[in-house]
Design a protein around this ligand. Sequence first.
Ligand code: THU
Length: 129
Amino acid sequence: MSLLDDAKAVRVHAHAPYSGFKVGAAIRSASGAVFTGVNVENAAYPEGTCAEAGAIAAMVAAGETRIAEVAVVGDAPEPVTPCGGCRQKLAEFAPPGTQVTMANLQGDERVMTIEALLPHAFAKAQMEG
Ligand code: THU
């Protein structure tokens, strides 16, 4: 089963009663473990969280802080791209060169590196004077 298959499998559990747009994300960490997440919307709309954020939280809670690969999927005309905030969240743990696979349910796929998705990302090094 590919990482994208993991993202597709978890996507069905998304809680998206407001947008109706279910997203699944899967992260393979440096150890090879896979962590998944879904978007979890809330009646107080800004409190909702993205699928990528859920997968990152699961990875960090398991004691891992290095992303090796990412997959994101939703039911859209084009492969679903991570939102701006999620690009920053992923960049915190994904070194340059990390591949992010974006997909839809029709089988369209796009693969980009994290630095192509978020050029000139703000990072810890910039706070080190
Ligand atoms: N969403 C994600 O979970 N990840 C993305 O990268 C794009 C957007 C969710 C947030 C919200 O629940 C729904 O998709 C519509 O924006």
